[in-house]
Ligand binder design. Structure first.
Ligand SMILES: Cc1cc2nc3c(=O)[nH]c(=O)nc-3n(C[C@H](O)[C@H](O)[C@H](O)COP(=O)(O)O)c2cc1C
Length: 330
């Protein structure tokens, strides 16, 4: 089982933190599909410390999402500690996660994200400072290294453990790789064997079978799923079921997909407002529509939608079309 500090997850399946995706609307939906732990999108320490309005809104957590891990990122110790203390005292997050994996230049150029992967001592210093300053368990999410020549995953994870971190999530790619190539699961096994705190494996889990394989091959304590869950909370449900019962459930019907897409939309509207939510929902809708035959027109159409009504009409139209085709075929 996956246990981080005193927090026990009901299973080993973890929703990855994804910027622009993992807000309360999506997280709650994925939670309802059975995720053991959901991770919030990364939040800037500076945004928190300056009480930036948009950043403050990102800290909203629905009780039903718990247990939840909230990720912060930053480049300077003082600023990161201050933000962690704010999250510790003022949010109902269960876990504070520090981002050490973000490869995006906007983040790494200010000495945050994956940059720290070059220096285990820096990781120790940062994590120890945050651990000392907060009560909630602190974890770290990292990539396996900066580039092929600098793979310090073992040293870095050990530094997290020595500093009092309560778990590590490891994406088996380097910073330089971005999302290219295949995630390296051997390094996940190596790191697992070198620390005693829980390790959550991450990278290229695309099917429930992949999740089982990663758990078995690496011995990791939890399996983190990112891209495969986009527009597809069923991936989480099917994985939980497969791990628990060995049964591989089928894919959802078009009606089910669209119903959950609309539920997600309505939660996003409640969280933001209709105008922002519908625009944000365009990319999600395209993800929900993936795999539905004849979706080309609808996938383009979602980008033209500006209101809930327009989007819902388009989505329901697709369901009607799909159901009609099935009737005709039958
Ligand atoms: C749209 C998107 C946004 C992401 N944002 C974050 C983030 O905020 N923090 C983070 O640590 N990783 C972030 N990641 C990386 C994922 O958490 C995960 O490590 C990566 O996608 C590999 O897992 P996967 O193969 O299951 O997708 C993001 C990935 C994607 C696709």
């Amino acid at each position: 089982m996956l246990k981080i500090g005193d927090i026990e997850m009901k299973n080993q399946v973890v929703l990855a933190p994804m910027a622009g995706v993992c807000n309360s609307a999506f997280r709650l939906t994925v939670k309802e599909f059975g995720a053991g732990l959901v991770c919030a999108e990364m939040v800037s320490d500076k945004g928190i410390n300056f009480r930036n309005e948009k950043t403050m809104n990102m800290l909203y957590i629905d009780e039903r999402e718990k247990p939840l891990s909230l990720q912060i990122f930053g480049g300077e110790k003082e600023s990161l500690v201050e933000a962690a203390q704010f999250v510790d005292k003022n949010t109902n997050a269960d876990i504070i996660d520090i981002n050490m994996g973000c490869p995006v230049p906007k983040i790494t150029k200010c000495d945050a994200g994956a940059k720290w992967l070059l220096d285990p001592n820096k990781i120790y210093e940062m994590v120890a400072a945050v651990v000392d300053a907060v009560e909630k368990p602190v974890t770290v999410k990292m990539r396996m290294g900066w580039d092929e020549e600098h793979i310090y995953a073992v040293q870095n994870a050990q530094a997290v453990e020595r500093a009092g971190g309560k778990a590590v999530s490891l994406h088996g790619r380097t910073r330089v790789q971005m999302y290219e190539g295949k995630a390296n699961w051997d390094i996940i096994r190596e790191v697992k064997q070198s620390i005693t705190i829980p390790l959550i494996g991450n990278g290229d889990v695309q099917t429930p079978q992949d999740a089982k394989k990663m758990l078995e091959e690496t011995g990791c304590d939890g399996v983190m799923i990112g891209r495969a869950a986009l527009g597809n909370p069923w991936m989480i449900y099917r994985t939980v079921q497969f791990l628990e019962t060995g049964k591989l459930l089928g894919e959802p019907s078009v009606r089910e997909k669209i119903d959950v897409c609309i539920l997600h939309l309505d939660r996003l509207i409640a969280l933001k407002n209709e105008n922002i939510a519908v625009r944000e929902m365009r990319k999600h809708a395209a993800w929900y529509l993936k795999g539905i035959r004849g979706n080309g027109k609808a996938r383009n159409g979602v980008n033209e939608c500006n209101t809930r009504e327009e989007l819902v009409t388009l989505l329901n139209g697709l369901v009607a079309e799909a159901e009609e085709k099935e009737v005709t075929v039958g």
